[in-house]
Design a protein around this ligand. Structure first.
Ligand SMILES: C[S@@+](CC[C@H](N)C(=O)[O-])C[C@H]1O[C@@H](n2cnc3c(N)ncnc32)[C@H](O)[C@@H]1O
Length: 254
């Protein structure tokens, strides 16, 4: 009887490990959120530095911040509260969909999103941008980076070798490949991009969602994608910044 049940143990151990892992991740998200947003969980300060770094509790600049980074994945910027749909994202303080942010109206002073908006289905685009508008305070800043589709399309058309066409089409379609791709065998993932943006479309959709003072910062702002792709496209990311109307009202209050 006991012998028969033995082969099931590794599978059971694996399931238990997964459940414990998920519960720990959920607990850590809550702890980080309390530490960074609510100013509670003060005991964290007494943890050794190495633990704090491993647990994502090492960013003093994020304490009391009202800046949200949406879709940072494995590349969180310090000084922000990070929101992502992926529970494995680094330094995650809230797990949520881009169109359902767990913050009250007018909570945030800034919302930063780098290479995420193009992953949203077009039917969800306005719902998402209006949600970002909702969580921003009057005068709050939204900054969005997306792949520079027009430049990538030009690079595709001008590519002299099939290898370069594979590399550029992987970037356009969101196949999680870098500029080292030489052919189909190097492409690691299925296409994940759902929207191709140029600046005209970015201006239109952010304007439609209610953002004002929209500025094209493409030539002024770089991100982690710019340098590795520089030899393929001058600016790999289109960058737009705008704000929620009403700053005047905030200024008047002091
Ligand atoms: C391509 S990664 C970008 C990561 C990083 N910002 C960068 O520049 O490399 C897109 C990120 O957006 C997140 N994401 C995609 N769709 C989302 C959605 N509907 N709601 C919230 N996050 C989403 C993914 O989990 C992922 O972390």
């Amino acid at each position: 009887m006991t012998v028969l049940s033995l082969p099931r143990l590794p599978a059971t151990r694996h399931r238990v490990r997964r459940v414990v892992g998920a519960a720990t991740r959920r607990g850590l998200i809550g702890l980080r959120r309390r530490y960074y947003c609510d100013g509670s969980a003060q005991a964290v300060r007494h943890l050794p530095g190495e633990w704090r770094a491993r647990l994502g509790l090492d960013d003093e600049s994020a304490r009391g911040t009202r800046r949200i980074e949406l879709g940072a994945g494995p590349y969180p910027h310090p000084g922000y509260v990070h929101v992502d749909a992926d529970p494995h994202a680094a330094h995650l303080e809230a797990r949520a969909l881009a169109w359902q942010l767990p913050f009250p109206d007018g909570w945030a002073s800034e919302l930063l999103s780098i290479h995420t908006l193009e992953h949203i289905h077009p039917r969800r685009l306005q719902e998402t941008l209006r949600e970002w508008h909702r969580v921003l305070r009057p005068g709050g800043v939204v900054r969005v980076h997306v792949p520079n589709s027009p430049s990538l399309m030009a690079a595709y058309l001008n590519a002299q070798r099939p290898a370069d066409k594979w590399m550029v089409s992987g970037a356009l379609l969101g196949m999680y490949c870098g500029p080292e791709v030489q052919g189909p065998a190097d492409i690691p993932a299925a296409a994940d991009h759902q929207i191709l943006f140029d600046m005209e479309l970015l201006l239109a959709v952010l304007g439609e969602a209610g953002f004002v003072d929209l500025r094209d910062l493409t030539s002024q702002v770089v991100d982690r994608h710019t340098e590795p792709w520089q030899h393929v496209v001058d600016r790999c990311s289109l960058v737009i910044e705008g704000r929620k109307p009403g700053r005047e009202a905030v200024d008047a209050l002091g």
